[in-house]
Every structure is written in structure tokens, then in C-alpha cells.
Design a protein around this ligand. Structure first.
Ligand code: ADP
Ligand code: MG
Length: 382
């Protein structure tokens, strides 16, 4: 079932926990709400679940007014970080709970309940644990029971609030892949709240980035990372460098350094905030080209190396670059080494929110940014 959220607002006195939030979720879609603590994620989820009411706004599920329904009639499955299982009930009793408490007329028979519980435990790969008590399970197993319990009532919408938040990193990663599989196979419309960007980017079809009760951006994981719509999203997702830059005489200035390449005349002169991903700070291919600087620090991070740099004319800030371990080794870079770098892609935010992407000229002496143009050769080969 599809969900259409329009202009949801929730205030506590003068403070807005949610302010005019609108979002459409397609049938079977997996959407992640991502944002820092206090940005309103749980408030939105609680409203959808019927645990809280908005001051303004509407929620439609297909053609039905979801907010008009009592919580127990919403057919919503809920899993929280600390949605404690009933300690005195076995795993299968926990999963059956939502069915057993139904009014007599809607309650499945004992046998039907037993069959459904067994099927759910198989889905969450806990068939062998049916008779155990929660205290006899690991954290990851408990959250799988919580999920089976949420699924028992055949929800049309699954709401997950930091479901793996209390688990250790390795279990979290395993459960992620497992949740994605389960969600796909059931075709269940799902909204996941998380402050963990890796979790959101890996799991969701679309990510909703929230900040201070508002939506900053809605997009696919690739869009959110590659085309952040606001400075907040740029800084919140992935690693980022930020400069106070200025546009003057159709050039972009970072400190006293003019970035190579002319800006379109339509980009207004003045102050801009300039954002740059570490992977867009590359080592200049030839000596005598690029922006000169010095390595301050090198940190090995898996197959990549994170370098902190001081660049000439922009000494106030440390620029972070990400290079391959191979490159660093080949050039025998150590802290203190002189380097020259090129900036591949800069995102400029003007006051007032206007956003521009700038690809500096790669002044390494060659045409076409110094890369060999193999286009004509490819065509000839065919
Ligand atoms: P998140 O889940 O993104 O961490 P929440 O939705 O829980 O954020 O909370 C959003 C904001 O609303 C927070 O600043 C929180 O303090 C505030 N808030 C939540 N519930 C209440 C409440 N019952 N009374 C007052 N403020 C609240
Ligand atoms: Mg929360």
C-alpha cells in the first residue's frame, strides 16, 4: 500500500519537532529516515503508528485516512530499538501475542496461530528457538523475534525505529542484509529510522534526510551522496571538506588561491560556501602542475589512505584527501611530503541556497584534463 504524508507538523509549545513534512512512499518501497538525534524521525514514526497525533497535516494510505484510525486498527508493524520482548513468554508466545489478543471474532484458531508463528520463525531463521525465553537469546536474535512479532499481524506498513541501534557493528551488518531480503520477499512498504548513514544508504530505495524537524532532501542513496541539495546534507553524508570561498572576476578563490577555470558569468560574485569530497582531491599527474601543498598526516583506512593537507594560500584549514594505498606508496609519501593536488568537483552554495557544481580545469598541461582521449580510438575499433 502506498502512503502519502502531507504537511505534518508536531509542536511542543513553541518548539517544532516536525514542521511541514511531506513524503510519498510507494507500495513495497523501503524508505530510510536519516538525520541527527532530535531531528524528528521518531516523532514522524510515532504519528504513523498512532502513538502520537500531529497538530497539522494528513496521512493517506491508498484512499484511506490513516490518522482517523485508532492505533490498533492501523495494521502497522512496529519495531523499536528497545521494544522489549515479554520476558515471561517464550519466543513463539511472543510472536503469537498480537494474534492472541485480537477480539474473538478476528482471532485465528489456535492451530492457525501455531502455523503462522512457525512460518514466521522460519522466515527470521529462528525455528529452533521457539521454546526459548528472551533472556536465552542474543541481541540480534531478540530483534529478529521482535520483527517476527511485528509481522505476525500482517501489517501493511512496517515501521522500524533504530532496530539495530543497540547491537554491535558486525551483527548490525549481518542483520541489515537479512532485513533487506525479508522486506523484498514480502514486498512490504517499510519506513526505517536511523542515524547511521551507512545503514540508510545500504538498505533503502530512497533516503529522507531530516534536520530540525524538516526534510532537507529526498533521493536515492546515489543522489543523496553525489548531489547533496543543501550544505547540511553535504556535511552530514560521507566525508566532506568545507571552505569559505568567494567568486570574483569569474574565478573561484579559496584563500589567495584561484581555482583553475573560469566560472559561468551568471554565477553571482560574492561569498560562497564551497564543499569538496576527499576523493575529489587527487594527486596531480605531473610535477609543476596542480595546487601545491604539504602532507600533514596520513592515516591508513583499509585499502585507502586518508591524507590531511595544508594547501598554499589556504593555510587556515586542513584539507582531507583520500588516495589509494598504491599511489601513496609509489610516490613514497610521508607526513611532511610536498605534494600537488587537483580538485575534481566542487559544490558551491550561495547565500540564499542557490547551488552550483564546478569542475575546475585540470591544468596539467594536456588537453582534456590530461587524460588520454580514447574516444576516437574506440570508434575506429568498431
Ligand atoms: P529523533 O528521533 O530524530 O532523534 P525525536 O522525533 O525523538 O527525534 O524528537 C524530535 C524533537 O522533539 C527533539 O528535540 C525532542 O526533544 C522533542 N520531543 C520529542 N518528544 C517530546 C515531548 N514529549 N515533549 C517535548 N519535546 C519532545
Ligand atoms: Mg529517535
Amino acid at each position: 500500500m502506498s502512503i502519502s504524508i502531507q504537511g505534518l507538523t508536531r509542536r511542543y509549545g513553541a518548539f517544532s519537532a516536525l514542521e511541514g513534512v511531506s513524503l510519498d512512499i510507494a507500495k513495497g518501497e523501503f524508505v530510510a529516515l536519516l538525520g541527527p538525534s532530535g531531528s524528528g524521525k521518531s516523532t514522524l514514526l510515532r504519528i504513523l503508528a498512532g502513538l502520537d497525533d500531529p497538530d497539522q497535516g494528513s496521512v493517506q494510505r491508498d484512499d484511506e485516512d490513516l490518522l482517523a484510525l485508532e492505533a490498533q486498527h492501523r495494521r502497522v508493524g512496529l519495531v523499536f530499538q528497545h521494544y522489549a520482548l515479554f520476558a515471561h513468554m517464550t519466543v513463539s508466545e511472543n510472536v503469537a501475542f498480537g494474534l492472541r489478543v485480537r477480539p474473538r471474532r478476528q482471532r485465528p484458531s489456535r492451530r492457525e496461530i501455531a502455523t503462522r508463528v512457525q512460518e514466521l520463525l522460519r522466515r527470521v531463521q529462528l525455528e529452533d528457538m521457539a521454546r526459548r525465553y528472551p533472556a536465552q537469546l542474543s541481541g540480534g536474535q531478540r530483534q529478529r523475534v521482535a520483527l517476527a512479532r511485528a509481522l505476525a499481524v500482517e501489517p501493511s506498513l512496517l515501521l522500524l525505529d533504530e532496530p539495530f541501534g543497540a547491537l554491535d557493528a558486525q551483527v548490525r551488518v549481518t542483520l541489515r542484509g537479512w532485513l533487506r531480503e525479508l522486506q523484498r520477499s514480502l514486498g512490504l512498504t517499510t519506513l526505517l529510522v536511523t542515524h547511521d548513514q551507512e545503514e540508510a544508504l545500504e538498505l533503502a530505495d530512497r533516503v529522507v534526510v531530516m534536520n530540525q524537524g524538516r526534510i532537507e532532501q529526498i533521493g536515492t542513496p546515489a543522489e543523496i551522496y553525489r548531489e547533496p541539495a543543501t550544505p547540511f546534507v553535504y556535511g552530514f553524508i560521507g566525508r566532506a571538506n568545507r571552505f569559505d570561498g568567494r567568486i570574483e572576476s569569474s574565478r573561484l578563490w579559496l584563500g589567495t588561491h584561484a581555482v583553475p577555470g573560469e566560472l559561468p558569468a551568471t554565477w553571482a560574485p560574492g561569498a560562497v560556501s564551497v564543499w569538496l569530497r576527499p576523493e575529489h582531491v587527487t594527486l596531480a599527474p605531473r610535477s609543476g602542475t596542480g595546487w601545491a601543498g604539504q602532507v600533514v598526516r596520513l592515516v591508513q583506512a583499509g585499502s585507502a589512505v586518508r591524507a590531511s593537507l595544508q594547501l598554499q594560500g589556504c593555510e587556515g584549514i586542513e584539507v582531507e584527501a583520500e588516495w589509494s594505498a598504491d599511489d601513496v606508496e609509489r610516490r613514497a609519501l610521508v607526513s611532511g611530503s610536498a605534494v600537488a593536488v587537483q580538485l575534481r568537483e566542487l559544490t558551491l552554495f550561495h547565500a540564499g541556497g542557490l547551488r552550483h557544481v564546478f569542475h575546475p580545469r585540470q591544468d596539467d598541461g594536456g588537453a582534456n584534463g590530461g587524460a588520454v582521449d580514447i574516444g576516437p580510438w574506440l570508434h575506429r575499433r568498431g
